[in-house]
Design a protein around this ligand. Structure first.
Ligand SMILES: Cc1cc2nc3c(=O)[nH]c(=O)nc-3n(C[C@H](O)[C@H](O)[C@H](O)COP(=O)(O)O)c2cc1C
Length: 367
């Protein structure tokens, strides 16, 4: 046992590790498009908790990904789902959004999409079928982003021995998650890469990780373990979060440069360049606020402002991804989606198991 392990074997961290059935209460964040079964399994096999992001998958694809992960590890892992409000179809908004994007498609001499369809559905839309699959496959941990499933679903999953986590961005959302009876809260700060888990983007308080962890530790001291997420990249960050009251941490951006991730070369080069110093939050890329490396999708699709005619999440994503493809075909990565957090320049390229080991060692070294 290393001293890092001893640090994790105390108090709230030990209790969370026990709940998750892992040695190290560090979670590799689920990241649709970036996390893979190989990444999740490498993290889990190293003693932490690996995650797969199946929020954009249908039931069959989610099942396949869970089975693929299970074939690579006998250790616990997490499968993550999106609980956004069911998507509203509004032809007028979709046409207006296509018109908004038309000059960008024209720039690449590409055909403009004639319509935009939602690329995936909310867990809430397919709750019965997805829950039935989960009760068959029994991934050891299931986490929810953008909102909460019905309380009865959480009860059914927990009844089957599945540990449940909910991402929250404010004390108000934490209270709703506690009421839903999940096992632990992922407290996601504004620094975080990727989509904000905020339940209702019109009420986003944009609280930073440091403040959020303390608010939740203060307001719900005896209720649920808090897993800090957002801007944590190394032992200093982990120990800071634990010192402030978190029982564990969830790191996304830190794992993007691992060889087991699906990030492409340009994304990796971006993270290793000065571009990593410039991340921003925009809702115009998918319809919900998300943080990534700045390129023209941030400036040319509407910046940080939510356009009044923007279609319901995730319909705009269909347009953004189509634009990214046509731009890439013409040699431009200016419209590639590259989600990353504010601490992106601190990301390190190393195999996932080595990163987990390094993080534990670093926690040990921090006084
Ligand atoms: C590339 C990328 C994709 C992400 N996709 C998801 C996702 O599918 N589901 C989810 O719950 N969180 C997702 N997140 C957010 C993470 O769960 C986590 O909150 C965030 O990575 C923490 O901040 P950090 O990136 O600074 O470590 C994503 C983050 C990144 C960087």
């Amino acid at each position: 046992m290393t001293a890092g392990d001893r640090w994790f074997s105390r108090g709230g961290a030990a209790a969370l590790a026990h709940t998750l059935r892992v040695r190290i209460p560090i979670i590799q964040a689920p990241m649709v498009g970036v996390s893979t079964p190989q990444l999740a399994a490498a993290v889990s096999n190293a003693g932490a908790l690996g995650s797969i992001g199946v929020g954009a998958s249908d039931v069959d694809a989610a099942r396949t990904e869970i089975q693929a992960t299970r074939s690579l590890t006998g250790k616990p892992f997490n499968a993550n789902f999106f609980c956004h409000e069911p998507t509203t179809v509004n032809g007028e908004r979709e046409r207006a959004w296509i018109a908004h994007m038309t000059p960008l498609f024209r720039e690449f001499d590409a055909d403009v999409p004639s319509s935009l369809a939602s690329p995936y559905r909310s867990f809430l839309d397919v709750c019965d079928a997805m829950s039935a699959m989960l009760l068959q496959e029994k991934p050891p941990v299931v986490s929810f982003h953008f909102g909460l499933p019905p309380k009865s679903t959480v009860a059914a999953l927990r009844g089957a021995g599945i540990v449940t986590l909910a991402c929250v961005t404010s004390p108000r959302e934490a209270a709703l998650a506690v009421e839903c009876d999940v096992d632990a809260l992922v407290a996601q700060g504004y620094e975080a890469g990727g989509h904000r888990g905020v339940f209702d983007p019109s009420r986003d308080q944009q609280i930073g990780t440091l403040a959020l962890v303390q608010l939740l530790a203060k307001t719900s001291p005896s209720t649920l373990p808090i897993i800090a997420a957002g801007g944590i990249m190394n032992g200093h960050g982990i120990k800071a979060a634990l010192t402030l009251g978190a029982a564990g941490v969830q790191l996304g951006t830190a794992f993007i440069l691992c060889p087991e991730s699906a990030a492409d070369r340009h994304f990796r080069d971006g993270l290793l360049s000065d571009r990593a110093y410039d991340t921003r939050v925009s809702a115009a890329i998918s319809g919900r606020p998300a943080r990534g490396l700045v390129n023209r999708i941030f400036s040319d699709l509407g910046g940080g402002a939510v356009e009044p005619f923007m279609p319901s999440y995730p319909i705009p994503y269909a347009g953004t991804k189509a634009l990214g493809r046509v731009a890439k075909a013409k040699g431009s990565t200016e419209f590639a989606v590259q989600w990353a957090g504010q601490s992106a320049p601190l990301a390190r390229a190393m195999p996932a198991a080595q990163l987990v080991e390094t993080l534990v060692h670093e926690v040990d070294m921090v006084e």
